[in-house]
Ligand binder design. Sequence first.
Ligand code: ADP
Ligand code: MG
Length: 495
Amino acid sequence: MHRRLPSLTLPKKADSEILLPPVAADEILQNNSLIQQLTVTAKDTALLLGVIMRTREEPSSTEITSYAPFSLFPSPVPKKLFTQAFEVQQDFNLLVDRISQDHEFLTKALASTIEVDEFTASLFSIYKQVLQEGIAQPITLGINRSDYMFDNRHDHIISLKQIEINTIAAGYAGLAARIPDVHRHILNFWGKPDEAAKILSNNAAKGIVDGITKAWQMYGSSEAVVLFLIEKVSRNIFDQRCLEMELWHKNIRVIRRETEDIHERGTLDDHKRLFVDGYEVAVAYFRTGYSPEDYHSEECWEARLLIERSKAIKCPDIATHLVGTKKVQQELSRTGVIEKYLTDCPKAAERIRATFAGQYSIDEGPEGDEMIAMAIGDPEGFVLKPQREGGGNNIFGEELRQLLGNIKDGPKRSAYILMDRIKPQVVKNYLLQPGKALQLSECVVELGVFGVYIRKCQKMFMNECPGHLLRTKSTEFADGGVSAGVAVLDTPYLI
Ligand code: ADP
Ligand code: MG
């Protein structure tokens, strides 16, 4: 029997200021039989179109896979803020690249951190060593992702606020490029072709591949390969495969190796060319190397050093990696700092600064003491961030208050920075996550915008903003990404 599907309503704000998906009124969201139909179709479509991920239970299996977590509906995103995030990305590319060349700034910014944070100290010592030896490769390839939330703290004026910028292993461009087709199909299946037509395409993966390709060409050896540095276990392997396949289509060979492989079988020749298993490496693209677990033995650190000393084009180089630390981002937010790096383009500095939320040093001294006292007095107003990447490391609320109380009288506090806590706009959606029951959730979205650039000596050869990533998570979780099983892939529906 043909059943009529419920009809369309425009996006609307519920009493509680919660935004609904673009084509769903509250009663539609509660319509179990409709949601079931859409869900079955959505999951099959995701599998069909390659929005997939290895499972938590069998993370290394080549036999078993599932859909990557995603939202049933595209989530509403204010067009103005989406545009703003795209318009500022090339400015961020330029800023990150310029900071990466300022040895004095990086040294000063990280001085207190490396006293107490062993991981950052190890990265910094590689940085110092390659600087002393002289940088072997004047070309650098940057692939970053600037993440934002839509801040709703101030009287219903929703503004774009940066959470962080990721300068190493910024992932999900491959899957993000495929998810729009899933959401288009869900809307079409539901009989909403007009809304389906409004779903944006996403060129993030293509832009990243173009960047890697251009860097590979500039390296100038048709026999050389692109090296993907990977983790031992990577549930998100298909996201990497999306990029890898595109490179193969362009007749560029990709080799995938773990850091330990480089230690065992990587060598530099007299010209500092990097060879691995007989292949000369043109571009070393890191999809690992951002957390202490990625360096579980001394050999891993030696491998990182070997790559950094080589003539291979690094993505990122160690300096650019360090620009992505939370501490550097906090130092950049100080009055007048970014302006100094963008004197040739004051508008760029303005655009960047408009996206900054308050960030504060809590190093020993009166400035830090004052901030600690403030945060202890208002723990919900701040986030405490250590120098870690990958989600799940930040400290909120009561835990923040307690930790600050414990560390406030010693140098350990320099391992952290404080940031104003964003109160993001809340949306409703169904989050489809393998093995989890389907339920309507109140969620927050986080918009990531990818930047790709290439510099040789002082000249920029590419500066692009090819695409985006939208991730959505239940308000139950303050922190955690897609890999952590908290956030899901989403598509912005511009309103
Ligand atoms: P990571 O490098 O671990 O991804 P992030 O700075 O991106 O660190 O923070 C991880 C998560 O913590 C974010 O996805 C967001 O959910 C939450 N978060 C971080 N900073 C803030 C903030 N200032 N306000 C509210 N939530 C935040
Ligand atoms: Mg993050």
